[in-house]
Write a protein that binds this ligand. Structure first.
Ligand code: ZN
Length: 502
């Protein structure tokens, strides 16, 4: 078999699996939006069958043979060429898939399904003890998985690397430490400023149909192509890239909380613009795929927070909002900006503002790392949680439902996932600062309704590049600097000093 023949086989396999996988995405989208309740059981079987078939395909020994035949040949000598990128990523996927024994994969699927359903009951009953033995089992299996996957320093790294390649506990610990010190200080200053917001402004009631029209207008103005996408409603907002020309988002509306639907839409539109900007000609291969969760999250947070909560953006959008939602007509720009940028310690991560949000992630990162290192027992998690909440945010939950039981991630076996949210903020800040230097001042552009320049910049620097480089290499190439929390800290300090008159 020549290198060319081997590559052809791998390419064909990758494309076929991607077409099958995208049918699964379509079924998953339907499951979370319009599927009648009675069809849920059948849909779960459909998706499980597809997942099994795809796993069989990805572990086909012929893939291993073909990879061996093409690696280290002239076909892949340029490491940035699409062929080399694809072969590198196919190798990674194949090794990861084949290193986990089938027995372990089946155990993980079974235990996490049980753990998720027990977590739901435990959260409802506010009863950590009920969840405890299941979390212990999930963690044991995650440790086993880490050993199967392999790591250099510690088991946590193997799990983290699946979500954010190249990151390790050792790269994240100093990053979070720097962030923590600045954020805790900034929070103290904000709390001491005595400046309070007129939040009732956002708690007024707004007709859902008008909210929908407004969100659609704004998402489209930012650059989300609705000819190649759609916006629906689901309990938990998400973005799903079904294929070229079909990238869908969902959001949720609340009559009395306009911010929820709007910022949910902007966040998902950011994810969707990344998917829409991936190179079509490489669809179905790694070269055409998003590189990591952290980079994906950088796109959503950049549009949601850096753009969507900025003065420039609202000087252009507020009049549009007032036309669609007349109850906002007595609102002035300053009051509105403070209302959508209110910083206050809160118990629940998903409702946190952009500053305290990172402290919620830091807490989870520290706890899951201690759990994986065997320094913390599952029974001690609630107390450790309260202690860290007091230390970082100055408040503590009075129930486990608003404390250690609030997120589904650990029940679902997603250990090592949380840090990607904060990495998303770190990457977003670095990208925003670089774009502002190159094509800014960005806020002046936003104030004239020009969002296309920023989207184009991101398209060239991030979207079109797909998985060619590792996340940190990608940030270095796009910004000229190594990724660090520096830009994020300076963004928060500048923005909140102005808003809170610090
Ligand atoms: Zn997101």
């Amino acid at each position: 078999m020549t290198a060319e023949e081997a590559y052809e086989f791998l390419l064909k396999t990758s494309l076929e699996s991607s077409y099958l996988g995208s049918l699964g995405e379509l079924a998953a989208w339907d499951q979370r939006t319009y599927l009648p309740r009675g069809g849920q059981g059948h849909r779960a079987e459909q998706l499980a069958t597809l997942a099994r078939l795809l796993h069989e395909r990805i572990t086909d020994p012929r893939i291993g043979d073909c990879l061996a035949a093409v690696e280290r040949t002239a076909l892949v000598s340029d490491p940035d060429s699409p062929q080399a990128v694809n072969v590198r990523e196919w190798r990674r996927d194949y090794d990861l898939a084949t290193r986990i024994p089938e027995r372990l994969a089946v155990d993980i699927a079974r235990v996490t399904a049980e753990a998720e359903s027990v977590w739901e009951q435990a959260k409802q009953a506010d009863d950590w003890h009920r969840f405890e033995p299941y979390l212990a089992q999930v963690l044991d299996l995650q440790k086993e998985k880490a050993h199967a996957l392999g790591y250099l320093e510690e088991p946590y790294d193997a799990l983290l690397d699946r979500y954010e390649r190249g990151e390790t506990a050792a790269t994240l610990e100093p990053l979070f430490r720097t962030l923590k010190d600045s954020l805790v200080q900034l929070l103290e200053k904000i709390e001491g400023s005595g400046r309070r917001t007129a939040t009732p402004l956002l708690a007024r009631s707004f007709d859902i149909e008008s909210q929908k029209r407004f969100c659609r207008t704004v998402a489209s103005a930012l650059g989300y192509d609705l000819e190649c996408g759609r916006i629906d409603v689901s309990a938990h907002p998400f973005t799903i890239g079904i294929g070229p020309g079909d990238v869908r988002i969902t959001t949720r509306y609340n009559e009395n909380q306009i911010a929820r639907g709007l910022f949910g839409t902007l966040h998902e539109a950011g994810h969707a613009m990344y998917e829409q900007g991936l190179p079509r000609e490489h669809w179905g291969t790694p070269r055409g795929q998003a590189v990591s969760l952290g980079i994906h999250e950088s796109q959503s947070r950049l549009w949601e927070n850096f753009v969507g909560r900025s003065r420039g953006f609202w000087s252009y959008v507020l009049p549009v909002a007032q036309a669609e939602l007349p109850r906002l007509s007595d609102t002035d720009l300053d009051g509105f900006l403070l209302a959508i940028n209110t910083v206050a310690p809160s118990l629940v991560r998903v409702e946190a503002d952009e500053v305290t949000y990172n402290l919620h992630i830091l807490l989870r990162f520290e706890l899951e790392l201690s759990l994986m290192r065997g320094e913390l027992s599952v029974s001690a998690v609630p107390e450790a949680w309260r202690m860290k909440m007091r230390e970082y945010l100055g408040i503590e939950p009075s129930s486990e439902a608003a404390g250690a039981l609030q997120d589904v991630h650990w029940a679902a076996g997603l250990v090592g996932y949380f840090p990607t949210y904060t990495l998303g903020n770190v990457f977003a800040a670095a990208l925003y600062a670089a774009a502002d230097r190159e094509i800014g001042p960005l806020e002046e552009r936003f104030a004239c309704g020009d969002f296309a320049s920023l989207k184009e910049w991101l398209r060239t620097k991030i979207h079109e590049v797909g998985s060619t480089y590792s996340p940190r290499q990608l940030i270095l190439r796009a910004t000229g600097e190594l990724a660090s929390p520096k830009s994020l800290i300076s963004y928060y300090e500048t923005k909140y000093s102005e808003l809170y008159h610090l």
